[in-house]
Design a protein around this ligand. Structure first.
Ligand code: ADP
Length: 397
């Protein structure tokens, strides 16, 4: 059975075609600059080199049609016809409180996803466009929605509610939702496999450290706390996002810098985080290089980033009454041993112990702990596309 996985952004569309008999990626690619001049389709099959095809992609529907064309293309394609695709799994960012799990999309589900636009005005609209375009092109193929928020719907009320007047939650649904759920769930399941223990017996802290970054407390297989909030702006200091700050800073900034609501939103989302602190880059490779050549603000950005992750590990260990393993995943978590080391420094009291040689690993599933460490430290590459494909198969059955 083959599953097409689609992840739509405002001007991009990533896809993977996965053969679920052996979970092999048959083809994958990206439509970039949709609706913008010089749009391209980058495609590769069976792990071979990427082919860059210049194509006019005025909207997502055209982009999806081009993806379909390339998948069945005689030379570049991997299937004879679209009938070979059993289902399309869509990443949907926000499922609000309505979705605790992935679902097969019908009219009612579509309406509910549209109702969530208010909560994710930047993310849900392109996801919806992607689903509708696929429905038009493949009317007989089941469409499946996999939500970033769904895994966190198990958080208890005292964890997700902000200390605002309760009516605001009732009226607008203002609360913590959390994101990166598909990734946190996937790496938690992999962690249980690596540790050879049932997930129902494990207390895990999952650190998804990419451009966007969040930490999740997973107790006995369920998310009980996470660092992102009502939006993906909360929590850790990220590439360009500020993470948690005193909310009074916002009105102060608006007053002092004469910022509008949009200005301040852009400032906190796009100009802050490690980019804002370092003044160098949002990318940790650049920041690390600058720090190594003596740039103090780059060093400070790394310190602030690591300090916050460390604090969440402590906090979530308290929330779960202990911790059995700490997971590092996503671009930074999987590849940056120095960041992992700095995060874990001083956590020996919890039972953490890291083997510095093993911790040099990049992008490979590895237990990097010392043999006697009570709390295991695991590097686990995330794979959100495979997780979406697995969810899709589960629902088809
Ligand atoms: P996104 O949230 O956009 O998916 P990623 O998970 O790709 O982000 O993470 C981006 C971050 O990961 C960057 O700061 C980058 O420095 C780091 N990163 C990605 N790949 C590598 C690598 N191979 N080696 C070191 N750092 C990497």
């Amino acid at each position: 059975m083959k599953i097409l996985v689609i992840n739509t952004g405002s001007s991009s569309l990533k896809y993977q075609l996965i053969d679920m008999t052996n979970e092999a990626v048959l083809a994958k690619g990206l439509c970039d600059r949709i609706g913008i001049a010089n749009s391209v389709l980058k495609h590769s099959k069976d792990g071979s080199d990427q082919v860059v095809i210049e194509k006019d992609l005025p909207d997502h529907k055209v982009a999806i049609q081009e993806v379909v064309n390339v998948l069945v293309d005689e030379k570049l394609g991997v299937i004879a016809s679209m009938d070979e695709i059993a289902a399309v799994g869509h990443r949907v960012v926000h499922g609000g409180e309505k979705f605790h799990d992935s679902v097969i999309i019908n009219d009612e589900v579509m309406k509910a996803i549209k109702d969530c636009i208010e909560l994710a005005p930047l993310h849900n609209p392109p996801n919806i466009i992607g689903i509708e375009a696929c429905q038009q092109i493949m009317p007989n193929t089941p469409m499946i929605a996999v939500f970033d928020t769904a895994f966190h719907q198990t958080m208890p009320t005292h964890a997700f509610l902000y200390a605002l007047p309760y009516e605001i939650y009732e009226k607008y649904g203002v609360r913590k939702y959390g994101f990166h759920g598909t990734s946190h769930k996937y790496v938690a399941q992999r962690a249980a496999a690596v540790l050879n223990k049932p997930i129902e017996e494990l207390r895990l802290v999952s650190c998804h450290l990419g451009n966007g970054a969040s930490v999740c407390a997973i107790k006995y297989g369920k998310s009980v706390e996470t660092s992102m909030g009502f939006t993906p702006l909360a929590g850790l200091a990220m590439g360009t996002r500020c993470g948690t700050l005193d909310p009074a800073v916002i009105s102060y900034l608006m007053e002092k810098e004469k910022m509008s609501v949009k200005d301040v939103n852009d400032y906190l989302n796009k100009k802050s985080g490690v980019l804002g602190i370092s003044g160098v880059s949002s990318d940790f490779r650049d920041i690390q290089a600058a720090a190594e050549s003596g740039n103090e603000r780059a060093m400070l950005a790394m310190d602030i980033f690591c300090y916050r992750v460390k604090k969440y590990i402590g906090e979530y260990s308290a929330v779960m009454g202990g911790v059995d393993a700490i997971i590092f995943t996503a671009g930074i978590g999987e590849n940056n041993g120095l960041i992992r080391e700095k995060v874990l420094e001083g956590l020996e009291f919890l039972g953490v112990g890291v083997d510095s040689k093993l911790n040099e690993v990049k992008g490979k599933e590895t237990d990097v702990s010392t043999p006697d460490a009570k709390v295991r430290t695991l590097v686990i590459p995330t794979n959100e596309e495979l997780a979406i494909a697995r969810e899709s198969i589960k629902l088809l059955k």
